[in-house]
Structures are given as C-alpha cells and as structure tokens.
Design a protein around this ligand. Structure first.
Ligand SMILES: *[C@@H]1O[C@H](CO)[C@@H](O)[C@H](O)[C@H]1NC(C)=O
Ligand SMILES: *[C@@H]1O[C@H](CO)[C@@H](O)[C@H](O)[C@H]1NC(C)=O
Ligand SMILES: *[C@@H]1O[C@H](CO)[C@@H](O)[C@H](O)[C@H]1NC(C)=O
Ligand SMILES: *[C@@H]1O[C@H](CO)[C@@H](O)[C@H](O)[C@H]1NC(C)=O
Ligand SMILES: *[C@@H]1O[C@H](CO)[C@@H](O)[C@H](O)[C@H]1NC(C)=O
Ligand SMILES: *[C@@H]1O[C@H](CO)[C@@H](O)[C@H](O)[C@H]1NC(C)=O
Ligand SMILES: *[C@@H]1O[C@H](CO)[C@@H](O)[C@H](O)[C@H]1NC(C)=O
Length: 720
C-alpha cells in the first residue's frame, strides 16, 4: 500500500517545477539551451575541439531585450548538457557611455597549424622542448555604433560593420582582440555604400587549396561575398553569390559546407544555408538553403536548385492561370454561385486587401469581394487526371474543409478542393497570410479519372477569403523554395566547424524577430533549437537537405511511457495517458496510414475544457504536416490587431494514399519540434501553455486513420 507520505513525495516530484530550483521557472526549456538570464539571439562560433562543443551566442549582458551585443559562451561534451562560461567578447563603451564596439555574429576555427601566428609557448616537455598553445580564432562582425578613431589609428564611421578577429590560447576561455582589427574594414568598392550592412562571417578550412575561406553577407543586397586567406588576417575577395531564390528583407548568417549525397562518398554537394528576415516561409524570420558546388573560390548553384517562383516546371500543363480578368467564370467554362455568380478573375493589384503577394501575371481567383462577407462557390470544368501532381498558388485565411461539418450549419470552410467521384479527395485552405505560396497534391492514385476543382467560401468572419492562382498539372511537385524549417521559430542557423562530413551539426535560434522581444519569459529570453544532424537525401528525384535531432539527445529519454498499436482509430479524439511531468516534455512518435478520415494527429498540452491545446498532425487532403498554435497558451506576443501573426504552420509532404507516414515530435516546456520520418518537413514552434494544460490526445478527422502506432518517451531535464 502506498502511504500518504509517499503520495505527497510523489506529488512533489511530479510537480518539481513548482519547487524553486535551478532552471525550473515557468516556460524554462528543459532540454534546450538557454542562458541563465538575459537576452540571447544567434548562435556564434560553433566549433568542436578537444572533446568540447563550444557554443558562443549573441548576448545582452544587460537585459532581456536586444542591446550591448556580446558573445556569451557555453560548452558541452554531448550537445545536450551545457556548462555556462564567462562572456567571451564583451560589448565596449567609452567613458561617456557611448558604445564603441558590439560583437555581432560570426564563427570560430581552431588554427592547428599556427597560420595566424597566435600560438604562444605554454610550457616545456620533459625533454625541454617548448610546447605551444593551439589558438582558437573567432571571426566576427565589429558593429561600431559611434564614430571614433581606434588606438591603432583606424578611423571608424558611425554604424560601420567590419570583420574582425580575436584569439584564445586557453581553449576559448579568454580572448584577445587582434591589434590589426578590423581585418576586412569595408565591402568591395562597388558596394561601398553598404558599409553598415556587411556582416556574419563564416570561416572554414578548405584543405584542397590550403586556405581559409570566409562567406559574409551584404545583407540588403542579398549577396554573399567569398574571401580566402592564408593567415586569417589578410583576406582576398574571390567571388560573390546572389541574389538567388528567396530574397526578401535581409540575408544574414550564411554558411557553406559540403555533404555526401545519400551517404555516397563519391558524390559531394555544397550547401549554402542562410537566414532571411523578414520574408521567411511564414513572415518574419526564416532559413533557406541552396545546393551547388564549390571549388575553393566560387559557389555555383545547381540549376535544379535555383528557385524561380514564376517559372512553371518543364513539361507541365497550365490548367488555368486566371489571366482573363475581363471574362466571367462562365466564359472561362467555370461556374459560380452566390456572391460570385456573374464575376470572374480579378486584377490582383486592385483587390482591396492589404497587399496580395506572389501571384503570377495580373489575375487571380479571389473570394475577397466587398470584404470578407462574400459567400458562394466557384467550380472548374471537369478534366481528366493525366499527371502525377496538381500544383497551384494559394493564400488566405485558415478555415479548412471538414467532411464532418461540410454542408451543415456548422460549416465554416474557405477552401480549394479537388473532387473525384463525388468525394473531396484533396483540399487546401490558407494559413492567414496574403502571400501566395505553391502547394502540391499527389494525384497518382486517380490517373485517368474525371475530376473538378471547387472553391467554397461559406464564411464571413475575419480573414474569410482565399486567393488561388496558376493551377498546373505536372510530373513533379513545384518547389516553393528550399525552406530549411517550415515553422515560425528557426533562424540564424549555424553549423559546427571541427566535425567530419558525416557529423555536420546545426544549431538555430528558436525565435523570430517579428516578436522575439515580447515572448513571455523571464529572467532569460530565447532558446536554441535542439542541435540537429544534417544530410543530403534524394527524395522524389530531387536532392534535399534533411535533418534529425542529434543522436545524443536520446541519453535524456526515459524508458517507454506509452506505446500502443491501433488497427483503426475512430473519428474524434482519444486521450492517451502520459505520466506527469513527462506530458510536458516528451518524444512522441506516431506512424499511420490513411483511412476514411482526412486528418490525423496529436493534441498536446490540452486542458480539460479543450480551450487550450497545441495541434500537430498530417492533412491527407492538403498533403502537409501542420502545427497549430492558435490556442496553445499565452499568445499575447503575437496577438496584434487586426492581423495577429499566423498560428497555423504547414510543411508540404506529398504522399500516396498507401504511404505510412511517420512524425517525430519533441515537446519541451515552451516549444515543439516536428520532423517527418525523412527529416524534410520540419516545423519548429514556440508555445506557452498553462502548467495544468497537461492532456495528450490522438485525433482523426472525418473518419478513421489506420495502422496507428504511438510511442512516447519522456525527456529528462538536461539542467537539473
Ligand atoms: C550595461 O549598461 C550600462 C548602462 O547603460 C552601461 O554603462 C554598461 O556599459 C553596459 N554593460 C555592457 C557590458 O555593455
Ligand atoms: C606560431 O607563430 C608565431 C608567430 O609567427 C611564432 O612566434 C611561434 O613560434 C609559432 N608557433 C609554432 C608552434 O609554430
Ligand atoms: C595543417 O597542415 C597540414 C599539413 O600541411 C594540412 O594537411 C592540414 O590541412 C592543415 N590543417 C589546418 C586546419 O590548417
Ligand atoms: C595578402 O595576400 C595577398 C594574396 O595572397 C598577397 O598578394 C598580399 O601580399 C598579402 N598582403 C599582406 C600585407 O600580407
Ligand atoms: C572555380 O570556378 C569558377 C567558376 O566556374 C572559375 O572561374 C574558377 O577559375 C574556378 N577556380 C578554381 C580554383 O578551379
Ligand atoms: C491592374 O491594376 C493596376 C492597378 O490599378 C493597373 O495599373 C493595371 O493596368 C491593371 N492591369 C490590367 C491588365 O488591367
Ligand atoms: C483552459 O484554458 C483556458 C484558456 O487558456 C483557461 O482560461 C482555463 O483556465 C484553462 N483550464 C481549464 C480547466 O479550462
């Protein structure tokens, strides 16, 4: 029999986070890196040396918002447990309090051959031979807010950004700035006016030419500059890359590294990974990659990896481009009902709704007419499925088709659907943005069958409209750009120097400049996403950058807490019982195949009234993985009026109806990271639920989901 005292003891254990102790504040990440206190952004100077992973990071020693930027420092032997170390490079001010130098983002290398000449004698061997240190060298951007003349005579302009170096002869603990700084004072002459937007040097050793290589960004120009050096001090410009692919806002924090394709040592591709802000996959901060080749001086992107959103894939057929803006839908062979009858495609630049972005040509099909109040349907002529994919551009509000409510008084869909044999077989809604993005449906299973599209807008609420453009039929999905993570919270990704090609490891900042300084945490602000291992994998005939959490994370997993196989999961919600405290911190893996339902997923951090929940799942109709944080908890940081930051995030994952889909979900106290089985559709999102929102449920929408297996491991804290 369990005694009362044991019970009390267990309760205390279960709610250990209520007891005041280290790293147990509300929302404090338990298996993610955070500084003990104050503001953090980009990871910097990631380097592995002598059994230690160094993590430097953008840090404000003075507060929980951005400012006084310095390099914080931590080390780990396993990328899971971290030890905080003193600030490595601290913001400098003059005696009047003017900030003279902030230490912006950059990288670090270990100069094993003393190319820099920074090595110093550190002792003598038994035989009297002098032993030298191995210098660690940091390469960073000096941001100089105040005009001044340095003690070495260099004249600095206000707001100037230059590349500088510092070295450490005690394994990164203490640092000395090079007396000749900055080592690259200004951008090349033709970009001289960009001297305030020149930053984020990533440096690595390129053995074939025995050179150090630097990639740095001209942020506003969307150009990366590639330099080389023999000694880390004297840099020579070799080439430039860009603008290419996503080129909104600013390009920041570039890196360049090789990986094997499909593990094959004879096929190497080089990867450029970079941050974009604003203008990421949702809005605000995002991360993109581009594959290509590098020969020591020049990066050449693969033609198949150069993304032009306006380019229709070769061999595809345009079904409807909505360019006939003076025709009615009837004249185009379509039909329309309700408020849309008699109308036709609209001139996108005159639809009065903020700014529609990303349409092709002039015309779009839209249900935004006289505001969100328009209701009705727009239906295409019937066609025969002849190609494996249907691709189209779509934007608008998030109101998915739900077979359980369609046609009933509860119907609130604003959707674009494909109907075959009287059934909706694919459907896509918006994600609460006006930016049209490409979506793809795999229709291989219906080859030769008759089909039609229908837009259904029965909703007059906020954002209750949809824009659709450029419907095409093709043999391969239309890429929407190489987004590295499809969630809102993954930026400034950097990779480790000092590891071999099979262990390329990335750390990203798990936040977004759109709202970063408002997230409800204290006394720290911002976490790093879980370190991830990178690989290149051929999927649907295209090489993709894929990622999985580092394998050492498994050292924190508890034994299996829950495991179940369900032949056919019924429609609706099914609670599963995960013991506290691990319902707030777990690795949950689900595998499933399509049944008669349209969506399957997991509800995490739900409260008993279902008024709080984070929803993660797969939409068989839209063919995407999704994370929904609309109701995940404290959303004050994104609840701007009239248009809050979107709360529904999707990653396209085309599948066949017989496919077994895997989702690996990593839940911490204030974040969720979702990876599909191959690591190509990844969504990272912060959430801030109440402590007692502790339920875990499975759900299937509109019918069954088949062959469901669920397995849950708790994740122990890496801090206590
Ligand atoms: C912190 O802020 C104070 C006052 O604004 C300033 O004098 C000091 O230099 C700052 N510290 C650092 C490390 O930047
Ligand atoms: C490293 O370079 C410096 C400067 O050239 C030199 O004084 C020192 O002896 C070198 N150390 C080694 C181990 O080569
Ligand atoms: C150090 O020198 C060796 C021998 O020349 C060379 O093979 C190696 O690539 C160099 N490594 C670095 C990081 O300088
Ligand atoms: C810098 O490197 C370039 C190219 O290797 C060389 O021509 C030049 O002399 C070097 N300058 C100095 C000051 O070492
Ligand atoms: C690298 O490639 C560029 C562009 O193709 C070419 O101009 C350059 O000569 C090449 N450099 C080397 C070292 O092969
Ligand atoms: C679309 O509207 C814009 C803005 O009013 C106008 O400049 C443009 O000529 C229109 N395009 C067509 C094809 O009517
Ligand atoms: C559930 O969530 C809502 C909204 O965040 C909250 O007001 C309520 O207190 C929570 N708890 C229960 C038991 O409903």
């Amino acid at each position: 029999m369990v005694s009362l005292t044991t019970c009390v003891f267990l309760v205390l254990l279960g709610f250990g986070r209520l007891v005041h102790s280290y790293y147990t504040e509300e929302y404090r990440p338990q298996f993610h890196f955070t500084p003990e206190q104050n503001w953090m952004n980009d990871p910097n100077g990631l380097v592995y040396y002598n059994g230690q992973y160094h993590l430097f990071y953008q840090y404000n020693p003075n507060g929980t918002t951005w400012g006084f930027m310095s390099w914080g420092h931590a080390v780990s032997t396993d990328l899971v447990h971290w030890k905080h170390l003193p600030i490595a490079l601290e913001c400098e001010s003059d005696s009047n309090g003017n900030v003279l130098q902030m230490f912006f983002s950059g990288s670090a290398v270990v100069d094993v051959n003393n190319t820099s000449g920074f090595a110093v004698p550190v002792g003598k061997s038994r035989y009297g031979k002098v032993i030298y240190s191995t210098p660690m060298v940091a390469i960073y951007t000096s941001n100089y807010p105040t005009a001044h003349t340095q003690s070495n005579g260099v004249v600095i302009r206000a707001g100037q950004q230059s590349q500088s170096i510092a070295f450490s002869n005690d394994n990164g603990l203490t640092w000395t700035q090079y007396e000749g700084n900055p080592v690259i004072e200004s951008p090349p002459a033709q970009y001289a006016d960009q001297y305030q937007q020149f930053r984020d040097p990533f440096v690595f050793w390129y053995a074939p030419s025995s050179k150090w290589i630097m990639v740095a960004s001209l942020a506003m120009e969307h150009i990366l500059l590639i330099y080389s050096s023999d000694d880390l001090k004297n840099w020579t410009l070799q080439s430039q890359f860009g603008p290419e692919n996503a080129r909104f806002g600013q390009w920041e924090c570039p890196s360049l590294f090789p990986l094997y394709v499909d593990g094959n040592k004879n096929t190497v591709k080089w990867v450029i990974l970079m941050g974009i802000n604003p203008g990421g996959v949702i809005t605000g901060s995002g991360t993109q990659y581009i594959l290509g080749s590098f020969n020591g001086t020049t990066f050449v992107p693969d033609p198949s990896d150069v993304y032009d959103p306006s380019q229709i894939p070769a061999g595809s057929t345009v079904f409807q481009d909505f360019e006939s803006i003076s025709s009615s839908f009837e004249e185009l062979g379509w039909s329309a009902t309700g408020d849309f009858s008699g109308l036709g495609p609209q001139n996108a630049s005159t639809v009065q709704v903020w700014d529609i972005m990303g349409y092709l040509g002039t015309g779009v099909m839209t249900t935004y007419l006289f505001g969100d109040i328009a209701k009705g349907t727009i239906t295409s002529p019937t066609f025969t499925i002849t190609k494996q994919y249907i691709s189209f551009l779509i934007a608008g509000g998030y109101y998915p088709y739900n077979p359980a409510t369609a046609g009933t008084p509860d119907d609130n869909q604003v959707s674009f659907s494909l109907v075959i044999g009287g059934q909706v077989v694919h459907s896509q809604t918006g994600t609460d943005t006006e930016d049209l993005v490409w979506r793809n449906w795999n229709v291989a299973g219906w080859m030769g069958q008759e089909a039609y599209f229908i837009v259904t807008d029965v909703n007059t609420g906020p954002f209750a409209h949809l824009h659709v453009d450029e419907i095409i039929f093709s043999d391969s999905p239309k890429d929407e750009g190489n987004w590295f993570d499809f969630g809102p919270d993954y930026y400034a990704a950097a990779t480790y120097n000092g590891l071999d090609i099979n262990h390329r490891t990335v750390i990203g900042w798990m936040n977004n400049w759109a709202y970063a300084q408002n997230i409800p945490t204290s006394p720290w602000r911002s976490a790093m996403a879980v370190p991830r291992t990178l690989a290149l994998k051929t999927i649907h005939n295209k090489v993709r950058l894929v990622q999985q959490p580092v394998s050492s994370l498994s050292s924190l997993y508890t034994s299996k807490l829950y495991s179940k196989q369900i032949q056919s999961l019924r429609a609706g919600e099914t609670a599963i019982n995960v013991p506290a405290p691990y319902n707030a911190r777990m690795k949950l893996t689900v595998q499933f195949t399509r049944g008669s339902g349209t969506q399957f997923g997991v509800i995490l951090r739900a409260n008993t009234t279902d008024t709080q929940e984070t929803v993660i799942g797969y939409d068989f109709l839209g063919q995407n993985v999704f994370v929904d944080r609309f109701k995940s908890g404290d959303n004050s940081f994104v609840d701007w009026q009239p248009n809050p930051y979107p709360g529904h995030f999707i990653a396209t994952l085309p599948t066949k109806s017989t496919d077994c889909i895997t989702l690996n979900i990593f839940l911490d106290w204030s974040s969720v990271e979702v990876f599909d089985g191959q690591g190509q559709a990844v969504i990272t999102s912060q959430i801030f639920p109440l402590d007692d929102s502790a339920q875990v449920k499975l759900f299937s929408v509109g019918g069954t989901t088949n062959l469901v297996t669920v397995s849950v491991n708790g994740i122990k804290s890496s801090w206590t």
